[in-house]
Design a protein. Structure first.
Length: 300
């Protein structure tokens, strides 16, 4: 069974190629989230001799990880040859949906705002888990479903008013509530999922859309409109986008953080049902009610 084609991966690659030369001037979001990802390694007391940076872009995470004594070799991977050319060695052009590495190659896989572009996210997570050595760590961040919700609504309303119909103009992304289940389905142990929302101020809608373009994060939905967007539609969207008292707009980026471990015998396991040695009723100081009984005063 093949996964539905949600994203045009060729468009994702072309968008990153186009953004590569200017990415450093627009990478503030990736830098902020990259620093948060790397800071989370402070809670893990071990060494990572071999690390995969999945979706490395210009090598920002390599620069951050190089400051850590617990990290040795970082191998970058990105869909875009333009990004890889700027990321530094060792880096390879490759696809998160079809990893070009042998199983159990890495002690740590880290991914900074890349996995939201995969058509088969469960399959990509399975490949990342297989790429990890036993007890290896996955640490990733991706855009969540509330990202750019106001921009999405403004564009849809504007297109409906201009043309009477609407096509996807902001990419669909994963829901925070689903990600823990997806990590478990992919075979990760001890999965942890949490999220945060970053609000970024812009002078207007065109400035926001320029930033997205030079991040390489513009629309790559397979069913997107291929022709140029009407100028009137963009003007209408800009006019209806809510503004603050200072005339500026706010764009919200929901970030989902994923943590999971490749299985290993040393990891803690849940107890099997019925193996408890202490009654819950005793711990709570109450009466135990048997099957078929109802709560209430006990008969003597």
């Amino acid at each position: 069974m093949t996964s539905p084609l949600v994203f045009d991966r060729r468009a994702v690659r072309l968008h990153r190629d186009r953004a590569a030369s200017r990415f450093d001037r627009h990478d503030f979001l990736f830098r902020e989230i990259g620093e948060r990802l790397v800071d989370r390694l402070d809670d893990v007391k071990r060494r990572f001799p071999r690390v995969l940076d999945a979706g490395c872009r210009t090598g920002l995470l390599r620069a951050l990880l190089s400051r850590r004594p617990d990290v040795e070799t970082v191998i970058g991977l990105d869909l875009s040859a333009g990004m890889v050319a700027r990321a530094g060695a060792p880096s390879v052009v490759g696809d998160e949906e079809l990893l070009p590495f042998a199983d159990q190659s890495f002690d740590l896989v880290i991914s900074n705002l890349a996995l939201h572009w995969t058509n088969d996210l469960p399959g990509a997570l399975v490949q990342l888990r297989r790429a990890l050595k036993p007890d290896g760590l996955l640490l990733a961040a991706m855009f969540g479903g509330e990202t750019l919700s106001v921009l999405r609504a403004s564009l849809i309303d504007a297109e409906l008013a201009e043309t009477g119909g609407a096509r996807p103009r902001v990419s669909p992304v994963a829901d925070l509530r689903d990600m823990g289940m997806l990590l478990q389905r992919a075979g990760f142990e001890l999965p942890v999922v949490d999220g945060d929302t970053l609000s970024v101020s812009y002078p207007d809608v065109p400035a926001l859309m320029r930033d997205l373009r030079f991040m390489g994060e513009t629309n790559a939905v397979a069913e997107r409109q291929r022709s140029f967007t009407r100028r009137g539609m963009l003007a209408r969207a800009a006019a209806t986008y809510p503004q603050g008292a200072d005339g500026r707009i706010e764009a919200g980026f929901q970030i989902i953080f994923l943590t999971g471990w490749a299985p290993h015998a040393s990891q803690p396991k849940p107890l099997r049902p019925g193996s408890a040695t202490t009654r819950l009723a005793d711990a709570l100081g109450g009466n135990e009610i048997g099957t078929g009984e109802t709560a209430g005063p006990r008969r003597r």
